[in-house]
Write a protein of this length. Structure first.
Length: 259
């Protein structure tokens, strides 16, 4: 694979991942969406199928890592570090593109939601509340956040979830290039993501992917959304650091137990 194939594949794949994953969050959350209040099952399965679709699209070009923790784990496992920055750059850019496309697709719903006083209340009062809490009313469409704000627990939850994801990826058949998921692997991984969401997603919203959280959080901070509140930057390091630690631990477990 060339560097350009890797970058293009990861950009397109991660954009599709966030478009569909963030899209289901928008569908369930936003006023005037036909899927509003569809619930956690819809979100968990939506993210799982988003992973499957993104992998199928990007695998021929880049091997479909779509996650800096996956790239890190594979580098530790195989000792190949040369393309890690290219993978990470494509993943972050793709995540930002995907989050922007969610905003475009749900533009009218965002406007209706964020200008409804029943939802956002009086702008001045809500601005103070959002600043105190650090997270605005639609941040959950873009990025994750804890239900109980406890740094140790939140970090541990992200690490544990990512270890499960990465071990599931490493211990199933890689494609013949050895650089990403094959067709069956994409299907299996999509259901692993659903399982993680249903079982471990409750505490933090299961980022398990640094680019998936950081890229859309940046977009949330930049978009001209009315009454959007804060982007919760005080929490933002946990869904980045936690999955990277989890990826490294999973690669270590794989090398010790399975290699």
């Amino acid at each position: 694979m060339s560097s350009s194939d890797i970058f293009i594949g990861e950009t397109i794949g991660t954009a599709v991942l966030i478009l569909l994953g963030g899209g289901v969050c928008a569908a369930v959350t936003l006023k005037a969406s036909k899927a509003r209040n569809a619930g956690w099952l819809a979100i968990a399965f939506g993210w799982g199928f988003a992973v499957m679709t993104a992998v199928y699209i990007s695998a021929p070009l880049s091997g479909a890592h779509l996650n800096p923790a996956v790239t890190l784990a594979l580098a530790i496992k195989d000792g190949g570090w040369d393309n890690v920055p290219i993978y990470w750059a494509g993943q972050l850019l793709g995540a930002m593109i995907g989050a922007t496309l969610v905003w475009v697709a749900y533009y009218g719903q965002f406007q209706a939601h964020l200008t409804d006083k029943e939802i956002v209340g009086e702008p001045a009062a809500k601005a103070v509340e959002a600043e105190e809490k650090g997270a605005g009313p639609v941040l959950g469409i873009f990025s994750t956040g804890p239900e109980v704000r406890n740094v140790v627990q939140n970090l541990a939850t992200e690490i544990i979830g990512t270890v499960v994801l990465i071990l599931a990826i490493l211990t199933q058949g890689l494609n013949d290039k050895g650089n990403g998921l094959g067709v069956l692997g994409a299907l299996i991984t999509s259901f692993v993501v659903v399982a993680i969401g249903l079982s471990l997603g409750g505490p933090t919203g299961y980022a398990i992917n640094p680019a998936r959280d950081l890229g859309p959080r940046i977009v949330h901070a930049l978009l001209p959304l009315p009454n959007k509140g804060g982007s919760d930057w005080s929490y933002a390091w946990i869904p980045v650091v936690g999955p990277l630690i989890g990826g490294a631990i999973a690669a270590g477990i794989y090398n010790l137990a399975f290699a």
